[in-house]
Design a protein. Sequence first.
Length: 173
Amino acid sequence: MFSLAERSLYVADLDLWIDSRAPRTRCYVSHGHSDHARAHDTIVTTPVNAAICRSRFARTAPRKTARAEQPPQPACDFEEHAFGEPWTDGEHRLTLFPAGHVLGSAQLMIESERGRFVYTGDFKLTKSRTCEPAHVERCDVLLMECTFGRPRYVFPPREEVEATLVTFAKNAL
């Protein structure tokens, strides 16, 4: 189902790239961080992530019209899908689920006669301040792209980081 082409994941049956760093005609974008999100002709994502990407990829110069200037327009189109609401593409059923990484982040499940495939970019299983935890879905194949997935990355507990931030802010004021 998935293949590696031009250093990116590609689903040929759907003509869909996955978190590609190169501009594509149609690409699923798991979340708005720069190591996953690029401007593409069409971005498949959640409504919240679409809003984030619209802001990131808006043309900087407003378009001129005969009457007045229009606000900046997104440089790409969006195919938005809510969590847990499946849609079909050919003979495939696709569904987005929360990834728990950042606001708007999602995992993509593709179901076909060949099985259930789930792709996730960065994810987090515990609750965060901005989003619900990752939804765990049964699947036959799980593909993960995890920026901080290597064992060398060990971060302090969130409470400790927040306390340090509060102390810093109080001292700065």
